[in-house]
Design a protein around this ligand. Structure first.
Ligand code: GTP
Length: 425
């Protein structure tokens, strides 16, 4: 045997049976207690064109009025002068079920797909996802990391319009932009507006598009240790994607007298919580019941890790699995210079466009003033011309009466009189 100590790869694993009870079989219980104490969190993003039932689905998923539907502001109509911008709105709520707490944050993106030109609709949403990653990264590199709040987006429900055809260019563009940054879960909105066959065919076409475009949608991992039942459940859930959903918080009575959450039609009731009517239950299993922790883990271990690695590489920091090795100050300086120049260029463009806009505004104002002045000048001229005309008329009148007046005046006085022009007569 060599006297050198074994390297990591040579170290031996000794397998022995335990002689007595040690206690680590209790780890899951410890974990359970800790989880209950700490509670759970979920940051869920919802994206889709207006009126596809996003708020209704969130209310249906969490079984409470997180979005009071009757208080919703009316959406603006787009016009070339007033483009509709995508904004980010968050609603947070602490909800509890059987003593288990969930800190839920819903990130809504109103305005998405509402403008006349929606080419860049995805940008503010990707910026939001990146910003949340950046905040986490900033918090991570601080000395005190004990209070990091995880604001990263854990899943994104993307609402597809129930057209029954295939994905629209906007759907494809959005999904391509976000699929490597967020756990993407596509859903077919308002699926009660399609027949069963239409849904099946629509799903196939959507899946084809997703595959052809290389879009990655979230699928729960297939763990070797999982029992057959868990694996089967996971497969069943995945097989339903994209989830054809129906949202409703309204209690409705079915023909056989049951009271269910659903949407009533003259021909019957579409039940939200009935797997034969829609995929709502499977979606809820994926997002909440079975795979909430997987969504968070995938966000942390895969999506955020990729983002972080790319970001650090850009900053000139290279990384292997465990340690930061290379740090090239020249490269970093060059990167910073480029970033700075890009910032300056962006500022310059912005300032130029602001300047151009204000010049155009002033020009418009001047033009308006000029027209106004011209009009005033014209009015004044007309008024003066009218006055001249009046005076001329009066003069003519006076002139006509003049010989008589003249005779009278010469007859009355022999004093010299002043003429109109001021000469002595
Ligand atoms: P915006 O906030 O304007 O983008 O709307 P939204 O996507 O949040 O839609 P919302 O939940 O406000 O629903 C819009 C309308 O669609 C409401 O009248 C809902 O009752 C109706 N609706 C919601 N879900 C469904 C559904 O699954 N099927 C049908 N048929 N209608 C639905």
């Amino acid at each position: 045997p060599s006297s050198a100590s074994p390297t990591k790869s040579e170290s031996k694993v000794i397998r022995r049976k335990l002689n007595g009870y040690v206690g680590f079989a209790n780890f899951p219980k410890q974990w359970h207690r800790k989880s209950i104490r700490r509670g759970f969190t979920l940051n869920l993003m919802v994206v889709g064109e207006k009126g596809l039932g996003k708020s209704t689905l969130i209310n249906t998923l969490f079984n409470r009025e997180l979005y009071p539907l009757d208080e919703k502001p009316k959406a603006a109509f787009p016009s070339p002068e007033k483009p509709v911008k995508v904004s980010i709105e968050t609603v947070s709520a602490d909800i509890e079920e059987n003593n288990v707490k969930l800190g839920l944050t819903v990130i809504d993106c109103p305005g998405f797909g509402e403008d006349i030109d929606n080419t860049d609709s995805w940008k503010p949403i990707v910026d939001e996802i990146n910003q949340r990653f950046d905040m986490y990264l900033d918090a991570e590199i601080k000395i005190n990391r004990s209070t990091i709040v995880d604001n990263r987006v854990h899943a994104c429900l993307y609402f597809i319009e129930p057209t029954g055809h295939s994905l629209k260019p906007l759907d494809i563009q959005f999904m391509k932009e976000v699929h490597q940054k967020v756990n993407l879960i596509p859903v077919i909105a308002k699926s009660d507006t399609l027949t069963e066959n239409e849904i099946a065919e629509f799903k196939l076409r959507i899946l084809d598009d997703i595959k052809n475009q290389g879009i990655h949608i979230f699928t729960p991992p297939d763990y070797v240790n999982d029992d057959a039942e868990t694996k089967e459940a996971a497969h069943e859930i995945i097989s339903k994607a994209p989830f054809a959903i129906v949202g409703s918080t309204t209690q409705t009575q079915t023909q056989d007298g049951r009271v269910v959450r659903g949407r009533a039609y003259p021909w019957g009731v579409i039940e939200v919580d009935n797997e034969e009517h829609c995929d709502f239950i499977k979606l809820r299993q994926l997002v909440i019941r079975n795979f909430l922790e997987e969504l968070k883990e995938n966000t942390s271990n895969v999506l955020y890790e990729n983002y972080r690695t790319q970001k650090l590489i850009k900053m000139g920091i290279k990384q292997d699995d465990t340690v930061f090795r290379e740090f090239d100050p020249v490269l970093k300086q060059e990167e910073e210079r480029q970033l700075h120049e890009a910032k300056l260029a962006a500022m310059e463009t912005q300032m130029r466009s602001i300047f151009q806009a204000s010049v155009a505004k002033e020009e418009k104002k001047l033009q308006a003033t000029e027209t106004d002045l011209f009009q005033k000048h014209k009015d004044m001229r007309d008024k003066l011309l009218k006055q001249i005309k009046l005076l001329e008329d009066k003069k003519a009148e006076l002139e006509a009466a003049r010989p008589m007046t003249h005779e009278k005046s010469t007859h009355q006085t022999s004093q010299p009189t002043k003429t109109r022009k001021g000469f002595l007569r």
